[in-house]
Design a protein around this ligand. Structure first.
Ligand code: KG4
Ligand code: ZN
Length: 340
């Protein structure tokens, strides 16, 4: 089955073609135009998707040597995301599916991230597993019992992990989105320069928190403006260590308590080498296996949407042309936090 996947939930316009779960071609175009605003401007994102998606689809079909006539189905991100941005992808997917009489399937973006290690390492990825999803909009710890069966174990109480990286990047004048830039600078800095608070230290449970850390960095830079010029890499190295520790502590506690054999790390922040290294070490010490997709599949892409769409289509699912964008589409969970 040859599936076209389309992803337009935020500030990446992406499309991919998969044949029986293997990638034939994948294109991701990031909208750097938001950088000067320090965050995504929804209306500009919608317009950029409108402009970029048609030529991306042409290029994709040429690269994959798969014209419209050879497609068997269309998968598209249904949510969560910016409504205007989602609608560009959904309308395009509907038009293609209608014109070619193809099945259409809407995919939850979060589910796409959770399974993004699945198409790269299908043999290693055995359910059940614990998934840590860390992106610009979400920080979730989820027990994956099976395809479509998720147990919500922990989540952020305030900012998402990626949001903390992005806000600290803006404080340091590194632009937006700044996670990758923060990592570059942090790798050159001294992580012992000073200590920043680790979220949820000493607390029970498996939730995360990043707003105290972000505020501590903001106050430090306000009190020591000279540090930005003289110690920027050191400040960022210390921020990164605290952000990584804020993710590791609840995750490892859940790994110990719930008895999963594997941890899958995904979402844009999973591209961070220090987080991958530290979490890999901790899970290794516990005798578990650690999996994370290649960094280019951690950030938003359409391969993960096409892959989950393919799995759902194989299970007999499909949507009608009344498919709507859902800005707050939740991950369907089998148990709410606190009850598991
Ligand atoms: O998954 P993603 O592409 O989009 C969302 O679904 O939100 O994640 C984007 C987030 C941004 O906050 C970005 O700064 C962060 O992932 N990010 C990183 C790195 N690369 C991207 N954060 C830390 N280190 C990185 N190397
Ligand atoms: Zn994402």
């Amino acid at each position: 089955m040859t599936v076209l996947g389309i992803e337009t939930s935020c500030d990446e316009t992406a499309a991919a073609i998969l044949e029986n779960g293997s990638v034939r071609s994948s294109i991701v175009s990031t909208h750097w135009l938001h950088a000067k605003y320090g965050g995504v401007v929804p209306e500009l994102a919608s317009r950029a998707h409108l402009r970029l998606l048609p030529p991306i689809l042409d290029q994709l079909m040429e690269e994959a040597q798969t014209p419209l006539e050879k497609l068997d189905a269309v998968a598209v991100t249904q949510g969560p995301g910016l409504i205007g941005a989602l609608l560009v992808g959904i309308s395009t997917a509907k038009a293609i599916a209608f014109a070619r009489s193809l099945p259409l399937i809407g995919v939850n973006h979060l589910e796409g991230h959770i399974w993004s290690a699945g198409f790269e390492q299908p043999q290693e990825l055995q359910q059940p597993f614990l998934a840590l999803l860390v992106s610009g909009g979400h920080t979730l710890l989820v027990g994956v019992e099976d395809f479509s069966q998720y147990r919500l174990i922990g989540q952020t109480r305030d900012d998402a992990a990626g949001e903390a990286f992005d806000k600290v990047a803006v404080l340091c004048g590194l632009g937006y989105p700044g996670g990758a830039e923060v990592e570059k600078h942090a790798s050159l800095g001294n992580p012992s320069y000073r200590e920043f608070p680790v979220g949820m230290t000493g607390q029970k449970g498996y939730d995360f928190s990043f707003s105290g850390l972000k505020t501590a960095v903001a106050y430090f830079l306000r009190r020591h403006p000279e540090a930005l010029a003289e110690h920027q890499n050191d400040v960022l190295a210390c921020f990164q260590e605290a952000a990584v520790a804020s993710l590791i502590e609840p995750t490892c506690r859940a790994f110990d308590d719930f008895g999963y054999g594997a941890l899958v790390l995904s979402g844009g922040v999973a591209a961070n080498a220090r987080l991958r290294e530290r979490l890999g070490e901790e899970i290794g010490k516990r005798g578990g296996s650690f999996l994370s997709p290649d960094p280019h599949l951690c950030t938003d892409n359409a391969t993960m949407i096409a892959w989950v769409g393919w799995r759902r289509l194989l299970a007999g699912e499909r949507h009608g042309f009344d498919l709507c964008g859902e800005p707050n589409l939740p991950l369907q969970t089998i148990t709410e936090p606190g009850t598991c």
